[in-house]
Design a protein around this ligand. Structure first.
Ligand SMILES: Nc1ncnc2c1ncn2[C@@H]1O[C@H](COP(=O)(O)OP(=O)(O)OP(=O)(O)O)[C@@H](O)[C@H]1O
Length: 432
């Protein structure tokens, strides 16, 4: 992935994921809704990338596309790729054979320029088989949802829910914890992972399907509880052993979100998609949860795609930011650069809308006008009818994302005047 130069990449770090020309359309009575319409950006290895924009501009749909969580129908992936390269791991027993080795170094070279030493070939998350996606979800890419109340299963204890993740994706580590080798090691680990994926239920049910581990149930249960308690303790939950036996409704919103974070981090994923992870929480808790995510992200060097309305939190926590408008990328760049000198009028409008002195919150306020109808989006720049700098060509020609500096790219003719005589260059939209 490093060999492809794009205007959206982090100039200082290799990409772990690359969204290329992503288009997601939703069927509606009026016609296809072009919710995401040619989105490009990179997520660098170990960075926290903010994804911001007004409501309905396609942030969540973009984030969910990474994990195949878009309902098809009504949605249709109308184009594009999401390239992802898993990181190198010592223990690959739970990976699928479809994680192919790097074509250049065959997985052997930790300084290989093709794979950046990851040892793996690149996968297109939009094209992988369901089995591969199951191996990726939770283990390689995890998601933290907006509302932990909805994302956690109300009839399972917190311990059972976290157990499922460890059993599905880290059974080899668990068996190693109790000294498992031979059949108790690799073979059983695979069987436990498979049983956990099929049963998606309680520990006893899962383990009773795996003969080699039946006799070790008590030790395995203890090892599992130790791992779960450690994962909860890492999110600064007090009294993790008590929380293990609790049901979601017995916990506060902030504690439930900490549980979700523990669940997301359980298998040390390469990438976390955090979709408005603090929106459902009290303002006082929001900053603490973001500080926790940031602290854990830095400690583990995990990449995070942080989807948010809250520009203040993005400024405080992210390395770079992608600004989306009406299904497209308006601007991408280092947080410092974009916040100090926004180059797209939409980004400027968002930043101007942040409350100033004396107010600490930065939730998006209003820009005059509304986001255009995405059933039949206007040709040219989608922000044109709200833009105070609009020029005739803006309503005819779609400005593509172009680099301004190594740290900042923008899709606006103010920054990149169109070539003289540029024709109507709306990129082809495939009908749904
Ligand atoms: N299940 C669905 N069925 C039909 N249309 C949908 C569906 N989910 C999303 N959309 C469409 O996709 C557009 C983008 O939605 P998305 O949730 O990605 O926006 P967003 O930027 O994340 O907004 P918010 O910040 O409010 O979460 C919406 O305006 C909506 O038209």
């Amino acid at each position: 992935m490093t060999s492809i130069e794009t205007p959206t990449e982090n100039p200082t770090r290799p990409a772990i994921a690359r969204v290329q020309g992503l288009k997601v359309h939703f069927a509606s009575k009026k016609g296809p809704v072009h919710a995401v319409d040619g989105v490009d950006f990179d997520i660098a290895d170990g960075e926290m990338l903010g994804l911001v924009g007004e409501t309905g501009c396609g942030k969540s749909v973009t984030g969910r596309a990474f994990l195949g969580l878009i309902p098809q129908p009504p949605a249709r992936i109308a184009g594009g790729r999401i390239l992802f390269r898993p990181r190198r791991r010592e223990d690959t027993s739970e990976d699928t054979p479809e994680f192919r080795p790097c074509p250049t170094c065959k997985g052997a070279d930790i300084v290989c320029a093709t794979c950046n030493g990851s040892g793996y070939d690149t996968l297109d998350l939009l094209a992988v088989k369901p089995r591969t996606m199951r191996a990726i979800r939770g283990r390689r890419i995890a998601m933290i949802f907006q509302d932990p109340g909805k994302a956690l299963n109300p009839i399972l204890t917190i311990g059972d829910q976290l157990a499922e993740v460890f059993l599905q994706h880290a059974s080899a580590d668990l068996l190693a914890d109790i000294g498992g080798t031979g059949d108790m090691g690799g073979l059983a680990a695979g069987a436990v992972g498979r049983a956990a994926r099929q049963e998606s239920g309680r520990l006893d049910g899962i383990l009773s399907r795996v003969p080699p581990v039946r006799g070790h149930l008590r030790r395995l249960r203890a090892a599992l509880e130790d791992r779960i308690a450690a994962a909860l303790a890492e999110t600064q939950i007090s009294n993790p052993r008590r929380v293990i036996r609790s049901y979601p409704h017995e916990l506060s919103g902030g504690m439930r979100q900490r549980v979700m974070i523990a669940q997301a981090l359980a298998c040390d994923p390469d990438l976390i998609i955090a979709d408005e992870p603090t929106t459902a929480l009290d303002v006082t808790i929001q900053a603490k949860i973001m500080e926790l995510i940031k602290m854990l992200q830095e400690k583990r060097k995990t990449s995070v795609l942080y989807i948010s309305h809250d520009l203040s939190l993005v400024r405080r926590t992210c390395d770079r930011v992608v600004v989306m408008y009406a299904g497209r990328v308006a601007e991408v760049g280092g947080v410092r650069e974009v916040f100090a000198a926004p180059r797209h009028p939409y980004t400027r409008g968002l930043l101007d809308a942040i409350p100033r002195s004396g107010e600490t919150r930065g939730v998006l306020a209003s820009i005059p006008g509304t986001v255009p109808e995405l059933v039949s989006p206007p040709p040219g720049c989608r922000f044109a009818d709200r833009c105070v700098h609009v020029m005739p060509e803006c309503t005819r020609v779609n400005p593509t994302l172009q680099p301004l500096t190594p740290d900042q790219s923008v899709s606006c003719f103010l920054a990149h005047p169109p070539a003289p005589g540029a024709a109507h260059k709306e990129p082809e939209l495939q009908e749904t």
